[in-house]
Design a protein around this ligand. Sequence first.
Ligand code: HEM
Length: 263
Amino acid sequence: NTVISEAKSNGVTKGGARIVVDGDVEALSPTDLSEVLFEGTKESHDRAENCQFVKDFLRGRIQRELFKRGTAALYFVYSAMEEEIEKNRDHPHIAPIYFPTELHRRDALARDLEYFYGENWDSEISLTAGTKPYVDRIHEVGETDPLLLVAHSYTRYMGDLSGGQILKKVAQRALKLPTTGEGLNFYQFEGIHNHSGFKQLYRSRMNELELDVEMRQRIVDESNRAFGFNMMVFTELEEIGSTIKEDIQDAGPGHSHAEIMER
Ligand code: HEM
């Protein structure tokens, strides 16, 4: 698989911000989209990591019912995102970051929902008020401004390949899910064996997009919006959680930020 071997051949020298692509050393410029996005969404990321639902989740305080509903919300989000990415797969700003085999999560989420809700899972779930604005926005940008799908893909897939791996372990332990991975397919990227290598490849593809300053800024703004939509989803789940009575078993000390892997 060329994509994976390309990813594996990428490397990063820490601190020096130089990436090695196919043996060439390229300077990573502060105006590169990957850097502008990383810097431009730091505050949003901090806010997302520190909202109550996410903090509780990280501590292993997650109700099974909420995890199921969260998985359903993600199913609606990724279905919308991947439908729009598919439609725009030949668009010059989407084609370079089009990695359906490696990244797309809709089918993995459908398998998780089948595990949690049974074979009639699709009649058991519905798009909630907290998720609908996110889904609507994805369709809107897919139809009117596909460039901004870059922001939506970045916000979710790069996050899933980073903090998502911690969430998988926490959920497995807290909900006592089978070690065979049922219910957690969403977190398991079967086509990616080196997460940080793939993230480097994805960043280098984003950096090769032909963009002017204004376009880059619009992508950063849209990514911050996407973070906001994710927080709306979390807030709604937190509200539902406070109305459901379910004992949470102590799942141990959870994870500290310091322990969470490098970029
Ligand atoms: C990157 C952790 C929540 C989106 C990262 C990284 C870590 C991390 C360790 C890699 C280091 C870095 O680049 O700074 C977490 C934890 C979370 C969390 C522990 C809470 C459970 C989120 C959420 C989103 C998100 C809710 C958005 C939906 C991202 C993105 C990146 C990232 C886009 C890539 C940053 C870049 O390299 O440009 N996260 N994250 N994260 N996370 Fe999160």
